[in-house]
Write a protein that binds this ligand. Sequence first.
Ligand code: NAD
Length: 494
Amino acid sequence: MTNSDPDLFDPETVSFPSGCLIAGELREGLGDPFPVIRPSDGKIILTMRGADLSDVDRAVEVATQAFRSGTWRGVRPVDRARIFRRWAYLAEQHLDELVQLEAVASTRLASEARVADIPKAIEIIRYYGELMSRTHGDVLGSGGNALNFTQKEPYGVVAAISPWNMPIILSTIKLAPALAAGNAVILKPSEFTPFSIIRLAQLAVEAGVPAACISVLPGTGPITGHALVTHPGIDYVTFTGSTQSGSVVMGDAARHGPKPVSLELGGKSPQLVFADADIDIVADTVARSVIRNAGQICFAGTRLIVDQKIANEFTDAVRRQLLTVVPGPTWKQASTLSPVISEKQSERILDILRQGKEAGAEITLGGGLYENVSGGWFFKPTMVERLEQDNPIVQEEVFGPVLSVQTFSDPEEALSLANDSQYGLAAGVYSANLNTALHCAHKLQAGTVWVNQYGPDDIASPIGGFKKSGFGKDFGADGYDKYLRLKNVRIKFG
Ligand code: NAD
């Protein structure tokens, strides 16, 4: 890429909504200041004060009062659905602004955010807006002299904690269904990428969601996140982030409740390629799943497990695809490879690669940062081969564009390699043979199995992990039901 590549927008002209959004008012938090840095060039965008304990107290108090008064959950679902449609409409009207807020501080390419992330967030709002008007319980058998039924009710005040890697989608996928279910929601976005979701929450208020039912509190995990999870006024915690932080959150929720939690955590997803797969098409799919957001996606398919009969030909095809990337700032038209989020993250990737090499692995492509790309942290697409199963490059979530390559000689060996992992978020299978595909889908220990495709393409499909990838689902009807609790009512008559 050259400096003459056109900018999709000028990052210097973007104005950022900064602070804590409580009761519709955006005010600087009272917590310690922290810098928000552009990963594309390392520049500090602004210094922000996160929410401290008193900000959290205030947001919880406002939300609790709003929930108790019924200003939102007491509104007919069809009327709440109308407000959600207006919210989606307003977001569409602010597409350009949301793209810029999403892309400047994060690793999301503006070109992708425009056609994928922001439209998907809008689709999420519409989807849960529709679902809320169809919430119903069941009428149960009663033995004759009673009416026996179940009804679904919101929990109360939901704390939603989201990561930096897909900021607007991963925040909206909590905010929209939890609100749709009638809860009041306090969202803590990642301190690295708070802007797009603050703006989207402001648009929700403009559309008619009561301001007290939607707060956004940027801040760090150990201060703002911890204060929220442990607050006695929080009734439910929904968390997306690393397995390590999720374990802390679950322990805190148990000690300070117990209160229900759902956890969407890390992954190290395998992609099984059989000899009858279409090599060029599948190589392109596998490469894309590693390159997208520079591998910083929970379900990135970063463990290639390929039939040894086609291993050389297939890995050559993947390598060719990986070499086509154009690293560059998120706001440049020509960029196809994002930066990694921070210098610390690039050092972590290098450290895992070093450990992997010491354990006998060979890096056959990439292995380090590009030099002279706009001052950001751009990691070269990397392939690692000759790996034992216990190599950290096979077992650890790297969260970078790093593909481990292993081979198999029969399907059972492929499954055994794939399942020998602490994680179980997703898996891919590529084969023209239906029996092979179904057998693998049945045996793979993962919350999602994609066959002859990779990555979610339907917001109605639930996503959520097995094993240390968490529990509870986001997306789909399950990602809505989890914000409702079931009550049984039995009325005797006659
Ligand atoms: P992280 O765990 O560092 O942080 C996630 C969020 O939790 C942030 O908002 C952070 O401030 C907060 N947090 C951290 N410690 C906390 C604590 N003790 N109490 C309360 N909140 C706390 O993760 P990250 O680096 O932001 O995101 C990357 C991780 O997220 C990866 O492991 C990735 O796989 C995972 N992830 C999972 C999914 C999924 O759907 N399973 C989706 C996206 C990302």
